[in-house]
Design a protein around this ligand. Sequence first.
Ligand SMILES: [Zn+2]
Length: 344
Amino acid sequence: MRRFCVLILSLIICSLAAAQTDTLATAPPDTLHQPADIVPDITFFAKGNGAPVDTLDVGDGRVQIVLKDDNTWYLIKNVSMLADDDLFTQNWREHVVNPYVGTPLDSIPYRVTICLVDSVSRFVCPHQGKVFSKFGMRHGRRHTGCDVPYPTGTPVYCAFDGRVRLAERHKGYGLCIVVRHENGLETLYGHLSRMDVIPGQWVHAGDLIGLGGSTGRSSGPHLHFETRYCGHAFDPEWIVDFEHGVLRKNVFVLKRSYLSPYSRYVPESIDDEEELYMTEEQIKAEEERIAKERAAMKYHTIRSGDTLSGIARKYGTTVSKICALNSGLKPTTVLSLGRKIRVK
Ligand SMILES: [Zn+2]
């Protein structure tokens, strides 16, 4: 009886062991440890010479990442998404230099922060050179840009990425191109001898948009370059150092006062830093003071027989004071008829 029981127990253990072997044999293979015969032959991509291999969207799709075969990447803008942006649809007229009609100066904030360049936007100086005629009043007339010497036929480069809004002949500007940029600014290139772009065309900073010349009201070959915000011109030298061909800053705080035709670039000082902390009331008071000063400015149009000393006597001032108020005017300067000079 005891021997029979041991036999039965042995049979039960054997059948359990057999069942366990069966279970192991039918289980799915461990996916982390695949048999050697089905492991793909993995070889790493050879490092290429930087050719783009794929483009991926980032966020809202305005910016994309381009992957390159040398395992590096760069960011690009998806311009097709910008086409619907208000910036490129509102106040968009292809035959008007200033389409922002109805945007008076006092509707613009006291200060506007403008991001000039970032990781996907760069700047290229339209032409490196010393500005020979600055922004501001010139011979009693407004000069809404700055002039850089520019032999006819010299390439003109677009300053920032953007879309060409105007490219045609204008009376004073001659052959003229206006480009609107994503930072909200417009740049204007005047007196060209050739235009290589058409309205609506997307352009990048550094693209050749035309050639320099002397068309329109021009005294000789030069580039007349303007920067505008909401149609109001401001001195381009606030942002561009033409002599070195570089931007002065990546982020620009545009003060409303810069949009006055009398405002000219001055190298930044501690006063400017302090102005950043002024209250709106203080800025308003300062603007009123400047406006009063401007209202007190007096101009005289040169007539036959006028001399500087005679003009100085007439307005109760001195020849040296008049010369200080008019750039390039010297006591010996021959006064041309019709020229407007500032006397106060
Ligand atoms: Zn000019």
